[in-house]
Design a protein around this ligand. Sequence first.
Ligand code: SF4
Ligand code: SF4
Length: 91
Amino acid sequence: MQFSTEYESAWADARKKMLITRTGDWRFRHPVTKIAKCRQCGWCYLYCPTGCISPGDSGYFRVDMDYCKGCGICAYECPAQAIVMVREEVD
Ligand code: SF4
Ligand code: SF4
């Protein structure tokens, strides 16, 4: 299935505008997806407040860690509990 939310509206390019501030610097934890549990529903993609989740060629979704702020909303909203939040390693 090709996942797409492209449409024409004043907010059609909102995702592009959100990916400006590198909110990855705020993060103390990050999401990890358990691929075996993922249903490829795209819920995480729709809910991510920074727009840093995007559809991959394989049908699964990937996170751009430069913009992931570690809020955990994707993990909270995932209907398959396929995403777990993992603490960042501290040097
Ligand atoms: S919300 Fe969960 S099940 Fe749906 S695509 Fe994202 S990781 Fe997969
Ligand atoms: S934790 Fe999930 S919802 Fe939050 S910014 Fe990162 S990818 Fe997006």
